[in-house]
Ligand binder design. Structure first.
Ligand SMILES: Nc1nc2c(ncn2[C@@H]2O[C@H](COP(=O)(O)OP(=O)(O)O)[C@@H](O)[C@H]2O)c(=O)[nH]1
Ligand SMILES: [Mg+2]
Length: 311
């Protein structure tokens, strides 16, 4: 174990991959790894890319990756999406482009499942982020599946959340989706080579004007990921946001809350494991009959279990 850890910390990609597989599959080992890794982490800028499926998250990620690389940044990409072209299943063009990156040790690309306690963004994804961070990746991009809870949950692990919108996809619906306006630090209107992008950008701007002003005013950027226009600007705004979260009281609060959510997440997971273990233990004791026959009640029984957990 220690050799894998050492190799990984020295940038060996195979070992990094093995560490991530370990945290994906075994929570007992995962904890041990994370405890050892943690002191080396805390330097990377974690960027979440979210938005509806098909909005161009993968395409923009590949493009952003190229821009970061041109500045000699080491970039990790985690695609929480089984259908992501990064996994090699989809779009041939992307696949070829990513292979170019894949041969390069300054880029680490990995796809991960979306099961887990944080909804769409699992504990393992968060752990993988710390691993890449500790192993020297300066920039970590997480592409979400772009549906349901994963979109909102990304805020629990990303320093900067980038929401990708596109023209012609039921504009109001994509913008109005509950909670999504509040969590986005950057609004990217992708596919601006197509008609209607300006209108989406204007609509977002109008909505932004209606919500409470903060120190950080999310920029609305017109991008074409296929033509590589505006992506440089996205990168610059991502850097500006980093400066903001590290130099303002608001930013500090955000970092506190990220940390708090992480501890809470771990705690909830641990407690729910304990609950399962206890229930397995009590399975054969006939407690269910006792409740059904009203010899006891669920409240008393739960209190009894809580006492056991505390003990
Ligand atoms: N016209 C145009 N198409 C794009 C752009 N970005 C992505 N696409 C296309 O949109 C489709 C979905 O892209 P993908 O990156 O897989 O979206 P994801 O599901 O959000 O990851 C692909 O066919 C891309 O080639 C863009 O800027 N302009
Ligand atoms: Mg994708």
């Amino acid at each position: 174990m220690d050799t894998i850890l050492e190799l990984a910390l020295n940038g060996n990609q195979r070992s990094i991959g093995r560490l991530i597989s370990l945290v994906e599959t075994n929570s007992a080992i995962a904890k041990d790894i994370m405890k050892q890794i943690y002191p080396n982490s805390g330097h990377a800028h974690v960027i979440g890319i979210t938005g509806s499926p098909g909005s161009g998250k993968s395409t923009m990620t590949a493009c952003l990756l190229k821009h970061f690389k041109s500045e000699n940044k080491k970039v990790g990409v985690i695609a929480v999406d089984p259908s992501s072209p990064f996994t090699g299943g989809a779009i041939l063009g992307d696949r070829l482009r990513m292979q170019e990156h894949a041969l390069d040790s300054s880029v680490f690309i990995r796809s991960m499942g979306s099961r887990g306690s944080l909804g769409g963004v699992s504990r393992a994804t968060s752990d993988a982020t710390h691993i890449l961070d500790a192993c020297g990746y300066n920039i970590i991009i997480i592409e979400t599946v772009g549906v349901g809870q994963s979109e909102i949950d990304i805020v629990k692990i990303a320093d900067t959340v980038c929401l990708v919108l596109v023209p012609g996809m039921g504009d109001d619906v994509q913008i109005m989706k509950a909670g999504i306006m509040e969590i986005a630090d950057l609004f990217v209107v992708n596919k601006s080579d197509l008609e209607g992008a300006n209108k989406v950008a204007t609509d977002v701007q109008i909505m932004l004007n209606m919500i409470e002003k903060k120190e950080w005013i999310p920029p609305v950027l017109l991008v074409s990921s296929v033509e590589d226009t505006g992506v440089q600007e996205v990168k610059n705004k991502i850097y500006d946001h980093w400066t903001y979260i590290h130099n303002s009281a608001e930013g500090k609060n955000r970092r506190y809350s990220l940390q708090e959510m992480e501890v809470k997440g771990i705690l909830k997971e641990d407690i729910s494991c304990l609950v399962e273990t206890l229930f397995n233990k009590y399975k054969k004791t006939g407690y269910l009959d006792d409740i059904l026959n009203r010899k006891t009640d669920p409240y008393t029984f739960a209190e009894k279990l809580i006492k056991e957990i505390i003990k």
